[in-house]
Design a protein around this ligand. Sequence first.
Ligand code: SF4
Length: 379
Amino acid sequence: MEIFRGCTRGCRFCQAGMITRPVRERSITTIGDMVDNGVRKTGFEEVGLLSLSSADHTEIGDVAKGLADRYDGSNVSLSLPSTRVDAFNITLANEFSRNGRRSGLTFAPEGGSERMRKVINKMVTEEDLIRTVATAYSHGWRQVKLYFMCGLPTETDDDVLQIAELAKKVIAKGREVSGRNDIRCTVSIGGFVPKPHTPFQWAAQLDVETTDERLRKLRETVRADKRYGRAIGFRYHDGQPGIVEGLLSRGDRRVGRIIEEVWRDGGRFDGWSEHFSYDRWVAASGRALAGTGVDLDWYTTRERDYDEVLPWDHLDSGLDKDWLWADWEDALAVADGSADVEVEDCRWTPCYDCGVCPEMGTEIQVGPTGKKLLPLSVV
Ligand code: SF4
């Protein structure tokens, strides 16, 4: 059930957030009707409340409580995808796990260091995170999953090593508040791939060697820790698939030839790691791009300039390119400490002219409606 579309939190890496602006919510009553209809007519028993940041729905508390009440005692289970790091979400998670097990809670701070989180405009402080996990562990959760990215613009080894520090603090806090030793924290790390139509569309992607080296250092730091290392799970992908993703993400029409070359060479189901061959992609790029003056690095690990005509410039997502560029420059200024700017959410602050609403003829549509979900029928 998609409970709203769009997200204007302004995370600079997020293509979905950038190209689906502004926020348009479904009302609590529409959500209730659609869930009811779906459950009755499909026979499915799992309801996920989806959107780019579901806990941001203006009436999510009432939606959660209303649905949990409606389906109390039935086999219908409710879930929320990973949420922002915010203590309020524990209340929601409590509603959602009323009937069932408390499996894992997932949060996405994305950046290991405070500096990194400012660069990507994901304003989550360490305090927020620790407070939230403390609530989770003290409410019976034993497992918290944290999602991060490696290779963000201006990132250094130290920014990534901060992930280990954060995870240790999470475990320490968890043990303190729960009084137990069997709690866990799983750190999951994805490689950052710059995406079109975002402020990071001009950024250089981190090369394979540096990505792998950085992740190796992080893994060793976590494992070497005698007190907390065993309580921290570590999941990541090496840098190679990320570079192919980066090629496909920001490629132009010449990349079509590479894909064909890979296919002719036997490439199938490359999204499955057991079928993925980085060497095949490198060799195919070499053949397909011979004589063009560009290569794999040109598409991936190269930073772009303001003047460059980008292969997707003719696709209009409504975003003003100059606004995106200014936001990219802000990110760089935040990174080197020459400025301290935060892009706020236009749901609650004045419009800052990203261009979408006038260009697309849309407007922000949010509650609250003040309505509540009533019980479905008298039993
Ligand atoms: S045009 Fe203004 S109100 Fe609309 S999404 Fe952009 S910043 Fe928000």
